[in-house]
Design a protein around this ligand. Structure first.
Ligand code: ARG
Length: 562
């Protein structure tokens, strides 16, 4: 709605020459205060050197003229609040505008801008486990949200596909796998052979460890056989990862792992040395920071090898040169915060102008238990998704639901369980919560959508789907609350993007679905006379559309029948 603009010009008219760009109408916390409240008269009193109540009164007088047709009532309350009651007709016309705009009113503010999102990024030759869910699911939601805003998004999977583990793997592959395993090589076999080989590399005599190191050196020097093996390990890993991603409806534009930047690392270090930024320390090359909290970053180890920092520095230069993105977003767990702070600081010094953003997320525990590699209670992602499907199938089969529906619900439940929380917080995954039909869950929202579809179908069958005059119900308190919430949809998407928190959108979805349910329970639809019925049906249909769009931005499917 244009409410903010009307407010801003009313302030400007009374107090010309001041900056009112921050003036906002906020949804009223209590319906007794109207639909919206504005408290900017209080905030601006000092700057305007006027009494807040007087400011509010003057603005209110103006609003009665300029906002005629939009506001049914403008009131000054308490020390200087403006309480606004919006007219049903103007809400209806805003809803009509939202309904007819192509993307449910999502502003195309990203047009012409490119961004890179680096997410999921598992290590190759290992199976994905539940520890990989968060980066994958949060990253993908951010990816979808930015695309919806019109950004040209490059989703890049920064695989961990280079490093010492490949010497261990190659040696293990040659000597610890059977012919059959080598022929039908799977990621599970690679993982097994890594574990066995790494254990042998710990043996006292050091013979195995030496042999692993030799394989690694051969690989690094471009030995054809080792390179071919490495390539095969990577290809098998990617196709296994893609099996997971396709279940989750996720697509990456590129899979440029760390190896892609291998040849660029010496150049980066050379640059840092020339600029006097990298200095020698105990045989290694390090970057020191003025800011003590940043500590020291190693860019070349004492054995001459490069590390994670060097590789990310090479990577950022390459991305900037190739794509000229407006920003690059990295989604990883919060234990990598220091790494990103260090590497962003160095990148800036090296002249990288692109905005670099780290979106850190908290740890996930599973059914109240910490997930730990040590204790071996790592649940494979594959198994988790199968279980999600199985559990959902148990729920839907009685109603005639099939496996496809079970996948939509099960996978949606897993995603929403994560996305409904602020990424920065630690979360606990539990099947009960994730699949609860009556709580803040994926299935609850999918069910709300299916109910709208079934209502519209019933209306159609009764010959009552009529759009009427195209207007929307926005008169009763329940209608109004739902209608105003729907109008907030574009802003919810914008705020989710600005904060890199899909949870903002998830909150909006849940709250709006609850308002829908309150409306539905108190407002007869099909039994109503044709005019009211059409207006209410129009409101339901639009709610269904924004719900579907919103869930799609979280990567959650919306089956029409459950
Ligand atoms: N492979 C890393 C890990 O498993 C994540 C990589 C994140 N991206 C990056 N450019 N550092 O933790």
């Amino acid at each position: 709605m244009q409410i903010d603009e009307i407010l801003v010009s009313a302030f400007e008219k009374n107090f010309p020459g001041n900056d009112f760009s921050a003036v906002r109408a906020l949804p009223a916390t209590d319906p007794r205060f109207g639909d919206y409240q504005c408290n900017d008269a209080l905030k601006l009193a000092k700057a305007l050197r006027a009494n807040p109540r007087e400011i509010a009164a003057r603005v209110a007088e103006t609003l009665k003229e300029t906002g005629a047709g939009v506001f049914d009532k403008v009131e000054v309350a308490g020390p200087g609040f403006l309480n606004l009651v919006v007219s049903p007709a103007s809400i209806s016309s805003s809803l009509a505008a939202l309904a007819s705009s192509p993307d449910c009113g999502i502003p195309q503010s990203g047009r012409g801008k490119r961004i890179v999102i680096d997410y999921s990024s598992p290590n190759a030759a290992k199976q994905m486990h539940i520890g990989h869910i968060r980066s994958t699911v949060i990253g993908n939601a951010i990816d979808r949200i930015f695309r919806a805003l019109g950004y040209d998004v490059i989703a890049d999977n920064h695989l961990g596909d280079w490093g010492t583990q490949f010497g261990i793997l190659i040696k293990g592959y040659r000597e610890l796998l059977t012919d059959g395993e080598r022929e039908n090589l799977t990621v599970a076999n690679l993982e097994k052979c890594y574990v066995l080989s790494a254990a042998k590399a710990k043996e006292e005599d050091g013979v195995w460890k030496d042999a692993c190191r030799k394989e690694l050196v051969k690989l690094q020097q471009g030995d054809a056989e080792n390179l071919a093996l490495w390539r095969r390990f990577i290809d098998i890993s990617i196709s296994e990862f893609e099996r997971m991603y396709s279940m989750l409806g996720i697509h990456f534009d590129t899979y440029r792992g760390e190896s892609y930047y291998n040849d660029m690392m010496p150049g980066v270090v050379e640059k840092l040395v020339k600029a006097g930024r990298a200095v020698e320390s105990e045989g290694a090359l390090v970057v020191k920071f003025d800011d003590e909290r940043l500590g020291v970053a190693i860019v070349r180890k004492s054995d001459g090898g490069y590390n994670y920092t060097t590789s990310d520095l090479a990577c950022v230069e390459s991305r900037v040169a190739e794509y000229s993105p407006e920003r690059i977003i990295y989604v990883t767990d919060d234990r990598q915060q220091l790494h990103f702070r260090q590497f962003f600081a160095i990148a800036e010094e090296m002249g990288v102008k692109t905005k670099l953003v780290h979106v850190p997320f908290g740890l996930m525990s599973f059914q109240g238990k910490a997930i730990s590699t040590r204790e071996g209670n790592l649940i494979r992602l594959d198994d988790l998704l199968s279980e999600a499907k199985r559990r959902s199938y148990d729920i839907v089969k009685e109603r005639g639901g099939d496996e496809k529906l079970a996948e939509a619900i099960g996978f949606g439940a897993v995603k929403y369980a994560d996305l409904s929380h602020d990424p920065a917080t630690a979360i606990d995954f539990s099947w009960e919560k994730a699949l609860a039909l009556d709580g803040n869950s994926g299935p609850y929202l999918q069910y709300a959508y299916a109910r709208v579809c079934s209502l519209l179908k019933k209306a159609e069958e009764a010959g009552a789907a009529g759009v009427g005059d195209g207007s929307f119900a926005a008169s009763t308190p329940a209608e109004k609350r739902l209608a105003l919430a729907i109008l907030e949809f574009p802003q919810a998407v914008v705020r989710a993007a600005e904060a890199y928190k899909p949870s903002i959108l998830a909150d909006w979805l849940f709250q709006t679905a609850q308002l829908y349910s309150a409306f539905y329970q108190t407002s007869p639809i099909l039994k109503e006379e044709s005019d009211t019925r059409a207006k209410r049906l129009n409101l339901c249909r639009l709610f269904g559309e924004v719900l579907r769009k919103g869930l799609s931005l979280l990567g959650i499917e919306t089956p029409e029948r459950i």
